[in-house]
Design a protein. Structure first.
Length: 220
């Protein structure tokens, strides 16, 4: 009768010392926290790109047109510039005060090339223009009016003095050559100007002095 032999287990030589190694986990499984943070960061970056790259223009600062807005289009909230009213001069028939004197032009007419009478007359270098007016003293003491207080300006910007000799010879102009006017009183008459043929009357400058402070009256 044979004796049974003891059968010993054969060791697995594939592992050192016969110990089976534990299965190694991948990098993401071993770094769960870093993986979660990386995913969150990627979501934030993608969301930012999507929000900023949608082709929408930035809002324009207040008072400035937005980029791409049609030229001439008003921006919401911006008021169009208001045009300043132009200064208008008083005209014929309107009283104008310069210093202590009030001037009112009552008419303007062509007076030809000669004024005066048979013995005393004046001939124009160009043409005579007669300006009819009244002068009133609105001050509190006597004032002297001189024909030299008046000047005509034409459309070309030229300035013309009154013709004192022609004003004296013009039968209707004696009081407006030189007059002393008491407070509250006035004189009426006309003043003669010798103007070139191409002069287009624009304004009459009036003053109570030869030193300035003139006011203008529109003649056209």
């Amino acid at each position: 009768m044979s004796t049974p032999q003891n059968t010993l287990p054969v060791p697995d030589n594939s592992a050192p010392n016969g110990v089976t190694p534990a299965k190694r986990r991948n990098w993401f499984a071993r770094h769960k926290v870093l993986t979660v943070l990386g995913i969150i960061a990627a979501i934030i970056i993608i969301s930012s790109i999507a929000a900023g790259g949608g082709g929408k223009s930035k809002p324009a600062p207040e008072g400035k047109p937005a980029a791409g807005a049609p030229a001439g289009e008003e921006v919401a909230g911006e008021k169009p510039a208001e045009e300043k009213p132009k200064d208008t001069l008083p005209g014929i028939g309107e009283a104008v005060t310069a210093g202590s004197m009030e001037f009112t032009v009552t008419g303007v007419e062509e007076a030809g090339t000669t004024v005066g009478g048979q013995y005393l007359s004046a001939t124009a270098q160009g043409r005579f223009v007669r300006v009819s007016l009244s002068v009133k003293n609105v001050g509190d003491k006597p004032e002297t009016f001189l024909v030299n207080f008046l000047k005509i300006e034409d459309a070309q910007g030229r300035s013309f003095n009154a013709d004192s000799s022609a004003t004296i010879y013009d039968t209707s102009s004696a009081d407006t050559w030189i007059s002393e006017i008491n407070p509250g009183n006035s004189v009426t008459g006309s003043v003669i100007f010798d103007l070139p043929a191409d002069a287009e009357l624009k304004t009459l400058s009036v003053s109570n002095s030869v030193w300035g402070g003139a006011k203008k009256i529109a003649l056209s």
